[in-house]
Design a binder for this molecule. Structure first.
Ligand code: NAG
Ligand code: NAG
Ligand code: NAG
Length: 338
């Protein structure tokens, strides 16, 4: 029958996607052995085809392309010299380490539309063949997955189970937590053990996973720093991480509206990198528009890009330096102008 067939396929999947040996346990060993024997012949013949069509937790599907990531950061991300540098270094270092001591934990901060989601996507695309569609990439959005304050206890255990289950399936899993500033303070502490320097927890090792937190928290302090540079007539490329890092982690930690509020993740130094995303200026919006036209196979037109950029709102009111929505609305604006 249908369910029997489904079970065969499931077993086949488990055997072929080896490395997930624990997954076999629920099935009686005798059956598994018998079926394995019967399937060996088939497998030997079709293994490669199977890998090819079915995403597995294997190097055929998961391998880091450093050139690809560097290329993408250089040509598709604009105005983020600090973020670009940290991300490349952090991800390359982590992925080339066969035996990391803890999972990679990145916290991306900045105003809306500055590229935090976009960078997460670039990282996923250069590690997983299926990119964001990979079954090993998991996105949690606070307002969607954890909307009710009253259910915090349920969310806590659910989140732990999900992550444990997902990492059991594949140790090279990636977790993206969007809208961290809307997460109930305390919830994120439930996953703290997974981010720490443990060899294994209940037989599961989390050391090869990647956790990425996205939030607007700290955005104001970043903007203030960039604006100060601008007012002094200094090049924004002169801004260094150290100009931002301290005020950033402090303002995130002490903001009682933030999912990071007084979290152990920060005072225990479990976040490896705080990555600031700078507010975008007119010229960056133009670059975004040009890149978007290129991505759509339209001939990039400077004139159109200028019109799109002029149409956006800039702040602060008096100087009008930074785009309020960054590059966020470029896509829909382009539809209008082309
Ligand atoms: C890595 O990325 C580069 C640049 O995008 C691409 O040309 C190359 O084919 C990729 N390598 C692999 C193994 O996918
Ligand atoms: C958050 O902090 C602000 C200023 O420090 C304070 O006025 C407010 O009452 C606090 N809110 C909560 C929920 O603690
Ligand atoms: C096996 C397991 O627990 N998988 C979970 C992985 O995470 C997603 C949420 O992104 C859950 O829906 C799955 O149940």
């Amino acid at each position: 029958g249908r369910s029997c067939c489904t079970r065969h396929i499931l077993l086949l999947w488990m055997l072929v996607c080896s490395g997930t040996t624990q997954a076999i346990e629920p099935i009686s060993t005798t059956i598994a052995v018998g079926m394995a024997a019967a399937l060996t012949g088939i497998l030997a013949r079709y293994q490669n085809i199977f890998y090819y069509f079915h995403e597995c937790c294997r190097p055929e599907w998961i391998s880091f392309n450093k050139t690809g990531l560097r290329n993408d950061l250089d040509t598709k991300l604009f105005g983020q010299h600090i973020a670009s540098r940290i991300i490349l270094k952090a991800v390359s270092g982590f992925m080339s380490n066969e035996n990391p001591k803890k999972p990679l934990v990145l916290s991306l901060h900045g105003w809306t539309g500055t590229g935090k989601n976009f960078v997460s996507k670039l990282i996923a695309e250069n590690i997983y063949k299926e990119g964001m569609d990979s079954s090993f990439v998991h996105v949690f959005t606070s307002t969607l997955h954890f909307p009710h304050q009253s259910q915090k206890a349920t969310y806590k255990s659910q989140l732990q189970q999900w992550i444990k289950g997902n990492v059991t399936n594949c140790e090279r899993s990636m977790f993206i937590f969007d809208e961290m500033d809307k997460m109930h303070p305390g919830l994120i502490d439930s996953i703290k053990p997974y981010l720490d320097y443990y060899d294994k927890l209940d037989g599961v090792s989390y050391r090869k996973s990647i956790f990425i937190f996205l939030s607007n928290a700290g955005g104001e302090s970043i903007i203030q720093t960039v604006l100060d540079f601008w007012k002094q007539g200094r090049d924004r490329e002169e801004i260094e991480l150290k100009d931002l890092e301290t005020s950033l982690s402090l303002s995130v930690f002490n903001n009682n509206q933030s999912g990071f509020y007084r979290t152990n993740l920060i005072d225990k130094n479990l976040v490896d990198f705080f990555v600031p995303f700078l507010p975008l200026e007119y010229r960056h919006v133009v670059q975004c528009a040009m890149a978007e036209m290129k991505a759509r196979d339209i001939k990039p037109d400077q004139d159109v890009a200028d019109r799109v950029a002029r149409d956006l709102v800039y702040f602060p009111k008096s100087e009008r330096v930074f785009s309020v929505k960054g590059c966020k609305t470029i896509e829909s604006k382009l539809d209008y102008y082309t």
